[in-house]
Ligand binder design. Sequence first.
Ligand code: YEV
Ligand code: CA
Ligand code: ZN
Length: 480
Amino acid sequence: MSGVFSSFPYGAIYYAILDFDSCFLFWLKTTKNTTIQHISQKNILSVKMVYNDIPFDGIKLRENDKRRVAYFYDADVGNYAYGAGHAMKPHRIRMTHSLIMNYGLYKKMEIYRAKPATKQEMCQFHTDEYIDFLSRVTLDNVHQFAKETVKFNINDDCPVFDGLYEYCAISGGGSMEGAARLNRGKCDVAINYAGGLHHAKKSEASGFCYLNDIVLGIIELLRFHPRVLYIDIDVHHGDGVEEAFYTTDRVMTCSFHKYGEFFPGTGELRDVGVGKGKNYSVNVPLRDGIDDASYKNVFEPVIGKIMEWYQPSAVVLQCGGDSLSGDRLGCFNLSMQGHANCVNYVKSFGIPLMIVGGGGYTMRNVARTWCYETGILNNVLLDENLPYNDYFEYYGPDYKLDVRQSNMFNANSPKYLDNILINIFENLEHTKYAPSVQLNIVPNDKENLGDVEEDTAEALDTKGGSQYARDNIVETYNEY
Ligand code: YEV
Ligand code: CA
Ligand code: ZN
């Protein structure tokens, strides 16, 4: 550290020190009469950090902050099973739904069963041969696909199971139809807990994910939105979504995840995108045991800065529940409130918002948290006592809504988190001028809502708010 610029002649002396390695300015406060030659660790009284270690004090809702929420649920989804003993259990989506209904949230939002995604829709991101394989392979004929199972990464993590293709179609349909409703201004928030399968690749299954419903949903959003922000709070790196948009500035991806000897092994701080996409991928690599306060103190500054510089016109938030304390696969220490704070914070920007599920392997806690978050999206804080529901016995012995933190060690020191923030802010400075794109005619959409005049640019201008006034409407099947 070197490069002294100034000092003030009052009591304590403050030195502005420029660290040439990180290009960051520190204020050093020293005792009176200390000359610059005498600065050493022991007479530095304080070093200003970007990371601010504020305690977490729960969630507060704004009064009258109502949103039109469209919730997508297919009653078949809970019947699919990856196989005995597999960690991923689609049944947790049915448990979430039962809690949501029994808390009475159906009175607040519109509930839809989406049309399953078609092959053609799936192939907007995935290759034809991969989707063709998914549609043909069954438990009975899998032995005939020896070459393909290797090529498409079918293994213990991603096995063939009964109804695999239909399960993918349900997951993808919810995210695509959710995006289409947001595009048309028919809702402010779309929810698809059967989605969020962020590890799936263009031509490969990975990490319990086969079809990347998120990429399909974002492609749909890109038809109307110049800039889409993707945020991923699953404990794992959102690698499939990052990879899909790594070379474009039309989508900014931001994943918070455990990094270091952990699946999928990607998502370093220095992975920031390439070409036009440079600095439009953000990675927040975290260590074990991060708690509510540390997470909030990183999440809010990072997302706040992205909102300020990037100015997305739509946001997709992946709400993977494996970042919760006590998850079967995860290693973070978030309470339900700490997790839901991310939802509440993102919601507070008032930008069209898509909520998708994702990981989460302690089913009762995933269901509790997604239900609580559905409450927040409808601007209600749900009662701590669980209502009677189809799976009441899963929630014993306390039958409470809450998921609490544990006393596990937080391996993320303030200094470690400070370094992350400094690096990310530095990169985001380069994205200061939000990219815009040329207006094009929007062709036939995913969802025909039977309302022709709303397709005109004028109608969207008046309905869409200030973002539409600033930006043109876009169509970009091939551009992302
Ligand atoms: C993940 N896969 C996983 C739990 C109770 O960890 C992996 C594998 C080894 C892996 C990997 C690990 C790295 O650190 C780096 C790169 C890596 N690439 C791969 C393939 C996938 C998590 C997705 C969210 N699998 C399991 N963690 C797991 C899988 C099971 C499958 C069948 C039955 C039970 C299972 N139980 C599991 O954990
Ligand atoms: Ca993540
Ligand atoms: Zn995960």
